[in-house]
Design a protein around this ligand. Structure first.
Ligand code: SAH
Length: 217
């Protein structure tokens, strides 16, 4: 596989994409900077490289998708990511969201259930020293590496998996699209105490399904 190059044209396209996200209410400067820095075209199949900086979800292998840049930015902004945060991502997919988190200084633990996607993403993500890749069912989280400051789920769950709440630190936040297979509500969770958390509905989104023991079968 040839390593793609990152050109001035790509950088210009990223700057434009970041400006368009600002107009859509992405105001966290660290998120916008990450969008400007991370070469999204590295994470896409060659055929879609040209379209990497459109604000659209695009197909990756195995009938999965790389999330729309707006969605990546929205989920990241909602978690209020700080350098040093220990973040669990469920659904590595292309690896783009993990790279955004890593470039913001987070320590990222990302898990993917499809081996082919895991292998591909791992090759790019190994260039980030603060990303750890895992393969398996992430619907039960990653107990051996818990607790986490933040948890981001990038696939649609039928309900909030209990394991994820258990693996969140007190004061931690999780963001997870919950609903049926067609439409989901983006739910932001704040863990306020060992056994209590609040839920906030941040609006409608659409993701590929989270498949696993605490998710769709
Ligand atoms: N964050 C990704 C978007 C991935 S799409 C990106 O930036 O590209 C959702 C991904 O979740 C798919 O790759 C899918 O295979 C994966 N997935 C679905 N159920 C999962 C599970 N239980 N554990 C881990 N990954 C899962």
């Amino acid at each position: 596989m040839n390593t793609p190059t990152d050109t001035y044209k790509h950088k210009g396209q990223r700057r434009k994409l970041a400006s368009s996200l600002l107009l859509k209410n992405i105001t966290d400067i660290n998120v916008l900077n990450a969008i400007e820095v991370v070469p999204r075209h590295f994470f896409l199949p060659k055929d879609f490289e040209e379209r990497a900086y459109e604000d659209n979800a695009l197909p990756i292998d195995e009938e999965q998708t790389i999330s729309q840049p707006y969605t990546v930015a929205f989920q990241t902004q909602s978690l209020n990511i700080k350098p040093g945060d220990k973040v669990l991502e469920i659904g590595t997919g292309s690896g783009y969201q993990a790279a955004i988190l890593a470039s913001m200084g987070a320590h990222v633990y990302t898990i993917e259930r499809i081996e082919k996607l895991y292998n591909k993403a791992k090759k790019i993500l190994c260039t980030y020293k603060n990303v750890h890749c895992f393969m398996g069912d992430g619907s039960m989280g990653l107990p051996e590496n818990s607790p986490f400051d933040k948890i981001i789920v990038t696939a649609a769950a039928p309900k909030i998996p209990d394991s994820l709440i258990n693996q969140l630190k007190i004061g931690g936040k999780a963001i997870i699209p919950v609903g049926d297979l067609k439409n989901q509500k983006m739910i932001l969770i704040n863990k306020t105490d060992e056994n209590t958390f609040t839920e906030k509905n941040l609006g409608d989104f659409r993701f590929v399904p989270l498949i696993g023991k605490e998710a769709w079968k």
